[in-house]
Design a protein around this ligand. Sequence first.
Ligand code: GLP
Length: 247
Amino acid sequence: MTRVRIFDSPAALSRALAGHVARALAAHPAIVLGLATGRTPIPLYRELVRLHGAGRADFSRATTFNLDEFLGVGATDPRSYRAFMQTHLFDHVNLSARRIHFLNGAVGPGRGVARECDRYERAIERAGGIDLQILGLGMNGHIGFNEPARALAARTHSARLKPATRRANAPLFGNRVGAVPREALSMGMATILHARRIVLLATGSMKARSVERMIAGPVTPRLPASFLQLHRHVDIWLDRAAARNLG
Ligand code: GLP
């Protein structure tokens, strides 16, 4: 069942969602979280860091898996999604380093990529699966780096990035679109749909059209987020701007 929650502002949404995550951590300290990058979850991470500082969010037994990483960009590269997560969350909370999982973008081509994707799938399985997956929404309806296409990959794979997605990620690369990798590693649609619960967050009017198609349109690989309609426990958290096309 898809439940839609609409908040007055991105700040109000982030506060409520951080509280929700903190309660999930309290109820289930060894929770396995799926995490997303992008501008949208930054205020959520800020709020989680604040709650942690106030003694209200304990990550000491939690495990995390991030959705995606650029291919050819290593973990210590400041432009990596891994570095993004260190800056916005990992450096400020008490997650154990060995329970933070990330796709390694620095793997060699060919077999290296296949082995890395396989390793990630197995690590998720060994952790018992993802309990709560946080997702953002690409302007073109992508989730993770599952881009609109004729067909979607089920499992973790290397994905070719659309020009619009490379433009959206340019700020990480000194605003040089040409410097954004053409490929990335990403959990696949089945990997994502296997999470027990999913919370997708979208804010701002630029996302309104994709939000409308995701919720009310057909399930189609042309809008990967529409596949969330197939999941039992999806919560879509929006601000008013992102929800403006909903009836
Ligand atoms: C990126 C990431 C996605 C993210 C999306 C939206 O390309 N791979 O996981 O959800 O873009 O980003 P933003 O929140 O900045 O709009």
